[in-house]
Design a protein around this ligand. Structure first.
Ligand SMILES: *[C@@H]1O[C@H](CO)[C@@H](O)[C@H](O)[C@H]1NC(C)=O
Ligand SMILES: *[C@@H]1O[C@H](CO)[C@@H](O)[C@H](O)[C@H]1NC(C)=O
Ligand SMILES: *[C@@H]1O[C@H](CO)[C@@H](O)[C@H](O)[C@H]1NC(C)=O
Ligand SMILES: *[C@@H]1O[C@H](CO)[C@@H](O)[C@H](O)[C@H]1NC(C)=O
Ligand SMILES: *[C@@H]1O[C@H](CO)[C@@H](O)[C@H](O)[C@H]1NC(C)=O
Ligand SMILES: *[C@@H]1O[C@H](CO)[C@@H](O)[C@H](O)[C@H]1NC(C)=O
Length: 294
């Protein structure tokens, strides 16, 4: 990403389109729900509940316009969760505390994602994503949601986009904000999740210097730097710090005061979920190699 800084780091910038796309998750118009069920092409669709992936994720054709930020045609993606969205990882117990349904970036069906992740997470790379709320499928801001992140095998997040009330805290005005958090959950940018608008993010990760920086805009607005470059305290350097790029809804439970203390602390397997169907729209999801110009 080539940025033209005018003055301070909060200055308006413009983004060159002539850059290197390392992975493109902007859904082509010929991508179907059957392709998703088969984890074809750019999406691995295994993090979900008991139903087929297409029960949870829809490609909206021309019915909902994607973010106007990018010239490239794409389908908007509707990602939903419901009470069946309980993920069972491998031979581990079902994650009954969470409701989750995510798409993981992959280059093609069956690709080695360790190799792929190392290709998109070397040097400096920029993670682009745009989200919009869905009037008919609102989130419940009493809960915590994580809706975009990079997850190394230790289960931490290199960064994430969080919405709602952090687990085991009290709802506040900030519960309605979109928040970009670093590895240790420090919020480096927050903004109200205004409805009926595309919220565009670009998170620049320097995998060598171990820093992150956030760019943001609404609608067709040019991306602007909204945070300085900050040390991503606690991340692991090298292969162990690289991980899968997820987008979709992960909804944490509320603590159930009637459960024993050990269960109250086991966010993955216990707690309160109302079981409602909820959704988010995604578009403009891709990864860009930033070169050295940032
Ligand atoms: C969509 O069309 C492109 C270009 O013709 C092709 O390369 C790609 O395989 C098609 N994708 C699907 C999922 O059919
Ligand atoms: C998933 O899709 C396949 C193929 O369309 C269908 O046979 C199967 O019944 C579906 N499974 C569920 C759980 O709906
Ligand atoms: C949601 O699913 C859980 C786990 O299967 C179940 O215990 C609960 O009764 C369900 N809630 C609703 C509202 O259906
Ligand atoms: C993927 O590639 C990594 C790194 O080269 C290798 O260690 C691993 O065995 C490969 N995984 C599979 C399933 O082939
Ligand atoms: C949101 O969750 C809280 C806590 O469980 C619940 O009391 C409330 O009814 C939920 N709101 C909606 C709109 O579902
Ligand atoms: C957490 O990370 C932030 C920025 O990533 C950093 O400024 C802060 O010092 C870190 N806090 C701790 C306790 O390491």
């Amino acid at each position: 990403m080539r940025v033209i800084a005018v003055g301070t780091f909060f200055a308006f910038i413009s983004l060159s389109r002539a850059t290197r796309v390392l992975w493109d998750g902007r859904a082509p118009f010929n991508y179907t729900e059957a392709d998703l069920d088969a984890s074809d092409g750019p999406y691995l669709s295994v993090v979900k509940g008991t139903q087929n992936a297409s029960h949870y994720v829809s490609f909206l054709g021309h019915s909902v316009a994607p973010t106007p930020l990018w010239a490239q045609p794409e389908q908007t993606i509707l990602s939903t969760i419901d009470n069946t969205s309980i993920f069972t990882p491998g031979s581990s117990p079902p994650q009954t505390g969470f409701r989750r349904g995510e798409i993981i970036a992959q280059p093609y069906a069956g690709a080695n994602r360790t190799i792929f992740d190392s290709e998109i997470e070397t040097g400096i790379s920029t993670f682009h994503f745009s989200i919009q709320s869905v009037k008919a499928l609102p989130l419940n801001y009493t809960h915590e949601y994580q809706v975009v992140w990079i997850e190394p095998t230790d289960g931490t997040h290199v960064f994430d986009l969080q919405i709602g009330t952090p687990f085991n805290t009290t709802p506040s005005a900030a519960s309605h904000d979109l928040k970009i958090r670093t590895h240790n959950r420090t919020v480096i940018f927050s903004t109200p999740f205004v409805p009926e608008q595309w919220h565009n993010f670009a998170v620049v990760v320097d995998w060598t210097r171990l820093t992150v920086r956030t760019f943001y805009s609404i609608g067709a607005g040019h991306l602007s730097a909204v945070s300085p470059t900050v040390a991503n305290t606690g991340v692991t350097s090298g292969a162990d710090g690289q991980g899968e790029f997820h987008f979709g809804i992960l909804k944490l439970p509320l603590i159930d005061p009637s459960q024993p203390a050990a269960e109250q602390g086991d966010v993955v397997h216990f707690g309160i979920q109302e079981g409602d169907k909820e959704g988010l729209l995604y578009s403009g999801v891709f990864v860009e190699g930033a070169g050295t110009e940032i």
